[in-house]
Design a protein around this ligand. Sequence first.
Ligand SMILES: Nc1ncnc2c1ncn2[C@@H]1O[C@H](COP(=O)(O)OP(=O)(O)OP(=O)(O)O)[C@@H](O)[C@H]1O
Length: 232
Amino acid sequence: MSHLLELDDVHTYYGESHILEGVSLHVDPGETVALVGRNGVGKTTTLRTALQLTPPRDGTVTFDGEDVTGRQTHDVAQAGMGWIPEDRRMFSQLTVEENIEVAVKDGEGVVRHLDRAFEAFPDLREFRQRKAGNLSGGQQQMVAIARGLVGENELLLVDEPSEGLAPQIVEDVANALRAVASDASLLLVEQNFPLAMDLADRFYLMDHGEVVHSDTTEGVSADDEEIRRYLT
Ligand SMILES: Nc1ncnc2c1ncn2[C@@H]1O[C@H](COP(=O)(O)OP(=O)(O)OP(=O)(O)O)[C@@H](O)[C@H]1O
């Protein structure tokens, strides 16, 4: 089986700063894969590299069997790679419903997609006419995930979905991600290690622009010596 997403020895720079120093990883169809590690080790840059927002200077990115290295980001997105960025990026003056509508790629299916989003996230139905800018952080994260769902993406890159959210809201977000994961593969950056292990099938641990460890998530705990060394 070929990988859905594969980064092969990618080197990514911001100007002269060498940020990713030979990252290789993959996500298979149907998988949820977590990318963990301390602040600043290059997790977000890895997602940006996959999407070609910051294309690698060396190495290749393959998506759905095609080499997409150096392609335009909108082409990669059109091919089915969606992004839920850390800042959630709402159109604050648009309603919840409008924010979800603009993420629908197939214009004719808007009503069907909205129904599906509200089925998966019943709480959003109540807020559908409210401006996104007036929602709480947790509600905005739900809208961001609903946008990922209706975009019919094969792969969703999710950056720090639980950041800044209260624990009971994190549980709602986790359930929303589980709903999306039944439809799409996920590559998830998450600082909340137990949550990442709970949601993902496999994980990659990063440090200083490199993958230093990778394994399945089963039975892995943040107390593990090897893991602790890179997280604290
Ligand atoms: N636009 C940029 N220009 C220059 N340097 C950047 C830029 N964005 C990030 N960096 C640097 O690249 C390194 C990796 O950042 P990145 O955001 O990928 O890390 P991260 O692991 O996702 O951490 P965080 O959880 O803080 O987002 C950091 O040292 C950061 O300061």
